[in-house]
Design a protein around this ligand. Structure first.
Ligand SMILES: Cc1cc2nc3c(=O)[nH]c(=O)nc-3n(C[C@H](O)[C@H](O)[C@H](O)COP(=O)(O)OP(=O)(O)OC[C@H]3O[C@@H](n4cnc5c(N)ncnc54)[C@H](O)[C@@H]3O)c2cc1C
Length: 450
């Protein structure tokens, strides 16, 4: 049986596997977590609307009816392209998996543009850990502000800075504003949550830059109505525990803020560099691998690279964006190429991305949508946003409970998921000191054996 190894159970990996359901192949899926993560709704976990389980169904459950897949937990660290083997670190155990065809869809990591030290004080939005930590920081900031007596301290705790005015930053800023203005007022004796400042910062001159002038202006207006302060053409130059430093036309400025969110910049995961080293493939500045028009690595027709990890231009010479549809369509394309090869049929035509449009929400009942030539904003765009997200959210149970939680937050004023633990708030630092838990467990296991 032909062995297909898939690295990554995100959109690209999962859709490739599903498209290989009836193919005469044995699939091994390697993923660093036991769940598939629906990243577009991470901001709702961070702001207490959804639970983490609703956007992260267990991979084994998602694939339980597909008998040709073996799901294995672990981080693919490197590949041996000549022996056709993937080297993996599981928790406390290393293993190797051999392949005939390899599909790499390991997504993207957060980029701090060379300032990785910012992460401690401004968590990104890439993982469940990030979202739960941010939830603890955001709700915790209101709690701690309520205990302060110094007005300057109160202001620092009630100032939230979101860096990056793309869809994630806009969504985060909008939801923190709704928390401060709709959910929390009346629940504190010593502070008024409505006095919170929510500041959205971006080095570019527009919010939602990729949506075009019309929708960008509408989104900016909506943010202002929500009370979000938008600082454009403003570059972040430093982040520390108590604030953030920015440069703009107005010069250098320090914003006192205990809660910062980083929603800017992506970089390919370290595995991309390893693949480049062993295959000779080129990478771009963000570390993404340049692939051929059939999504394979040059000189390696047996290795596909998909989704956020790849760099490929469309027919107009524009680089394909890092969005779910590029990964989904890439996954299906790789699967059909593999099926054609096994059936002795000619290869499909080069990969062509079909752009189904872009969506971003700003607050309840308000979104922007760019679909072909159609530009929508406000409530109609929000209805489309709800429908699309329900369609792609994995699992019937999750769709039902997500709708209930949306009703709590958007029709009512509540948040269903306000619980945070001490571990969620502080574990980032502990993990830094302890080291990568997978790596550490491996080292300890090796020492014990000796
Ligand atoms: C906060 C946020 C909001 C977003 N909002 C939208 C949106 O509204 N619309 C939209 O279209 N797109 C959105 N995106 C982008 C979209 O989520 C990605 O484009 C898409 O997930 C890419 O799919 P992928 O398969 O390439 O990678 P991913 O979905 O990121 O999956 C990668 C998988 O690989 C695993 N992995 C990584 N490295 C390894 C390794 N070495 N070994 C084993 N496993 C590994 C990860 O655990 C993960 O499961 C958003 C992204 C983020 C972060």
């Amino acid at each position: 049986m032909h062995r297909v190894v898939v690295i990554g159970a995100g959109f690209g990996g999962l859709f490739a596997i599903k498209a290989l359901r009836d193919a005469p192949v044995e699939i091994t899926l390697i993923n660093g977590t036991s769940y598939h993560l629906f990243q577009p709704l991470l901001y709702q976990v961070a702001t207490g609307i959804l639970s983490e389980g609703e956007i992260a169904p267990p991979i084994r459950e998602v694939l339980k009816k597909q008998k040709n897949v073996d799901v294995r937990l672990g981080w693919a660290r490197e590949i041996d392209a000549s022996a056709r083997v993937v080297k993996v670190s599981g928790p406390g155990i290393d293993y190797e998996v051999a392949y005939d065809t390899l599909i790499v869809a390991a997504g993207a990591a957060q980029s701090y543009f060379g300032n990785d030290g910012f992460a401690d004080n401004a968590p990104g939005m890439k993982s469940i850990d990030d979202a739960l930590e941010l939830r603890a920081r955001i709700f915790g900031a209101f709690e701690i502000a309520d205990l302060q007596t110094d007005p300057q301290e109160i202001e620092r705790w009630l100032t939230f800075v979101v860096v990056g005015a793309g869809p994630t930053g806009v969504e985060m800023a909008g939801q923190i504003a709704e928390l401060a203005h709709r959910t929390l007022p009346g629940q504190y004796k010593h502070i008024d949550p409505r006095e919170a400042r929510i500041i959205l910062v971006d080095a570019l001159p527009a919010v939602l830059n990729t949506f075009g002038d019309h929708l960008s202006t509408r989104a900016l207006r909506q943010l202002h109505l929500l009370g979000v302060e938008v600082e454009l053409n403003t570059k972040v130059v430093d982040v520390d525990t108590t604030g953030i430093e920015v440069d703009s036309e107005r010069g250098h400025q320090r914003i006192g803020s205990m809660t910062k969110v980083w929603a800017a910049g992506v970089a390919a995961p370290p595995l991309a560099r390893k693949i480049a080293e062993v295959t000779g493939a080129r990478t771009d500045r963000a570390g993404r691998l340049f692939v051929e028009k059939d999504l394979t690595v040059p000189g390696h027709p047996e290795i596909f690279v998909l989704g956020d990890m790849m760099n490929l231009n469309d027919e107009h010479g524009d680089q394909l964006p890092g969005v779910a549809q590029v990964a989904i369509q890439g996954g299906r394309y790789a699967a059909s190429t593999i099926k054609n090869r096994l059936a002795g049929k000619p290869a499909p035509k080069p990969f062509k991305y079909f752009d189904k449009g872009s969506l971003a929400t700003i607050s309840r009942f308000s979104a922007v949508a760019s679909i072909g030539r159609i530009r929508l904003d406000g409530f109609p765009a929000w209805v489309i946003w709800v429908a699309v997200h329900l369609l792609y959210l994995v699992g019937f149970k999750n769709r039902v409970t997500a709708v209930m939680h949306w009703a709590v937050s958007f029709v009512g004023r509540g948040r269903s998921e306000r619980v945070s633990t001490i571990q969620q708030a502080f574990a980032r630092r502990a993990i830094h000191e302890y080291g990568d838990p997978f790596e550490r467990a491996r080292i300890e296991a090796a020492v014990q054996k000796d």
